[in-house]
Design a protein around this ligand. Structure first.
Ligand code: GTP
Ligand code: MG
Length: 587
């Protein structure tokens, strides 16, 4: 059970426990891996357990020999080849016993003073051949309160040791480096050279300067077993003093509480980086959605401009017809042609041939072109959106390959993108431009005919134009006839001509208004529909991106707060109550 030294220490402990509980909740909420959650839970549980000092380092560096020397007993097997194959937990006992603990660890008990306050753990050495040994050790590190890292003076700081230190440094453990086997040096300068080398390497690797202590475990063992003269050369006195200093009740409290906080720091950093990776993804997704949105806006503008142009072409056909009408009236409505004028049927036929001519067909063709173009534009939009979605999916898929998918984010995201992309692709694949065009054309015809008061029947556009134009012919010729019959033709012909032209202008203008209005409203409707269909298609993806973005930025903020609090608590522990208050005796 962790000894609480005073009220302030108690407060720190309570703060730490609260923070750890909050972090645990946050990790659960964001789907942290089971092993990370277990690591946190273990480190919290450890607050109530005995202090654990773990000895790690490359095989043959003398870890077992170091522990034997420290405890003054030959408890552990030593050897020149990889020797320790299991985690060995050493704890206090009145006699030496060996057995297996409930968690499968080898447990050795011994009557050694140090073991009254501290459990010591010997670990299999790290090296490139026995990966399994290394994993056992790495897995055990989160459970420790203090890590004694042993490197051999004859092979100081090997590559494996560097890699191992890198792997464990994020757990935020206090690490002490021991350079063992310093008895191999014949000159002090050689030893100092190695120590300087190890200090620099450790600082480069850990970003801080851990304590580095030189010892000879072999000489210390011999000193404790009847050759006291070797004690000085073993340099063990300084090491034992160092351990006594940091492992008194205050020191143990500090390290104990700092330990789960270190784990908390490591986990908050890990998940903050996951959150920021998620936010990068959702940020890019949002950019893509913005791209699509902008593209749709440009598309709408293009449609608008294109519509105006195409509408102008249709109107030009009407204007041409009007111009032909003017010429016709100029040529026809004159005194010399009075006899012709009296033949109403002939006049009308001539008007239709010369003025109306192929205007209905041409207008109809223009409108058909317009609709085809509209449908084509719609199709292109689908293609563009689809290819954007597919490209994003490919780009992303290649990046997340093999990365752990915390909370199933990538999984559900790619499933969603898949279905959205597939749906868009399906639209593209089955897009029937002919049919789409016919639908719009039909509706346009109905609209034009209805506005032309043609009884709502779906007559062709050409028919509408024909009807309008021939009504002009009928009206004009009808008026003329009446005047001519009265015998005052020569007086009224110029006036009639003017009126005929005006009537034609009026009719054509009315026709133009009807045509434009009907086509405009049909066009607007088709455009809206196409826009909606496209945005509906990407809507689920957009919703997902918004929700995930919110979720992960909340996670990021929560983790940042927790990390900040953990760092503050660790600082307080370092400078806080344990330094001011009187120590309570060990027990
Ligand atoms: N010269 C010298 N040799 C030592 C010293 N300490 C240990 N050795 C020797 O180094 C070899 C390895 O020692 P161990 O204690 O078995 O090393 P270990 O780190 O536990 O090795 P593994 O269990 O295989 O990981 C043994 O032959 C020890 O006798 C020392 O201080 N000086
Ligand atoms: Mg060993």
């Amino acid at each position: 059970m962790l000894r609480v030294l005073d009220a302030e220490a108690e407060a720190h402990l309570a703060d730490a426990r609260e923070l750890l509980a909050t972090l645990s909740g946050t990790l659960t909420e964001f789907g942290a891996s089971a092993s990370d959650q277990a690591a946190l839970a273990t480190s919290v549980r450890q607050l109530d357990e005995r202090f654990i000092l773990v000895v790690v380092g490359e095989f043959n560096s003398g870890k077992s020999a170091f522990i034997n020397a420290l405890l003054g007993q030959d408890l552990l097997q030593e050897g020149v080849t990889p020797t320790t194959g299991q985690i060995q937990l050493l704890k206090y006992g009145a006699t030496v016993t060996r057995g297996t603990g409930p968690d499968g660890l080898h447990v050795v008990t011994a009557p050694a003073e140090l073991l009254r306050d501290v459990n010591v753990v010997d670990t299999p050495g790290t090296n490139a051949i026995l990966r399994e040994h290394e994993r056992l050790t790495a897995d055990f590190v989160p459970r420790s309160d203090l890590v004694v890292f042993i490197t051999a003076a004859d092979r100081p700081f090997t590559e494996t040791e560097r890699l191992f230190l890198t792997a464990i440094r994020d757990w935020g453990k206090k690490i002490v480096i021991v350079v063992n086997k310093v008895d191999i040096f014949s000159a002090d300068s050689e030893r100092e050279e190695v120590l300087a080398f190890v200090r620099t390497a450790a600082r480069d690797l850990l970003g801080l300067s851990p304590d580095v202590l030189p010892v000879s475990a072999r000489l210390a063992q011999r000193a404790k077993h009847g050759e006291p003269s070797l004690w000085g050369a073993s340099r063990f006195e300084a090491l034992e003093q160092y351990l006594r200093d940091i492992l008194d009740a205050k020191g143990r409290f500090r390290l104990k509480v700092a330990n789960p906080l270190g784990v908390a720091l490591a986990l908050t950093a890990r998940y903050a980086s996951i959150a920021s990776e998620r936010l990068t993804v959702t940020g890019e997704d949002r950019q893509l959605l913005g791209d699509i949105e902008r593209q749709l806006a440009v598309y709408r503008e293009d449609l608008e401009r294109g519509f105006e142009l195409r509408m102008a072409a249709a109107e030009k056909e009407l204007a041409d017809m009007e111009a032909r009408g003017h010429r016709f009236f100029e040529d026809t409505l004159r005194i010399g042609r009075v006899v012709d004028l009296l033949n109403r049927a002939r006049m009308q036929k001539e008007f239709e041939e010369k003025v109306v001519a192929d205007a209905p067909i041409r207008v109809e063709r223009r409108v058909t072109e317009m609709i085809d173009w509209l449908v084509d534009q719609d199709f292109r939009q689908w293609q563009a959106v689809t290819s954007k979605l597919l490209a994003r999916q490919r780009q992303h898929a290649s990046r997340v390959l093999g990365a752990p998918d915390i909370g199933g984010f990538h999984d559900s995201r790619s499933r969603l993108m898949d279905s959205v992309g597939r749906e868009a692709q399906r639209v593209v694949d089955t897009y029937d431009r002919r049919r789409e065009a016919e639908l719009i054309a039909d509706q346009a015809r109905v609209a034009v005919a209805a506005s032309a008061a043609a009884g709502g029947a779906a007559v062709g556009l050409g028919t509408v134009v024909t009807v309008a134009a021939t009504t002009v012919a009928a009206d004009v010729t009808g008026l003329l006839l009446a005047s001519l019959v009265l015998g005052i033709g020569f007086l009224i012909i110029p006036a009639r001509r003017r009126r005929a032209k005006a009537a034609l202008e009026e009719k054509v203008a009315a026709l133009r208004v009807r045509l434009t209005a009907a086509l405009r409203s049909e066009f607007d409707r088709a455009r809206e529909q196409s826009g909606h269909r496209l945005s509906d298609a990407v809507a689920p993806y957009a919703r997902f991106v918004r929700a995930e973005e919110r979720r992960w930025s909340e996670a990021q903020a929560a983790l940042e707060r927790l990390s900040h609090d953990a760092a503050r608590l660790i600082r307080q522990l370092e400078t806080g109550p344990a330094n001011q208050e009187s120590a309570i005796p060990n027990g």
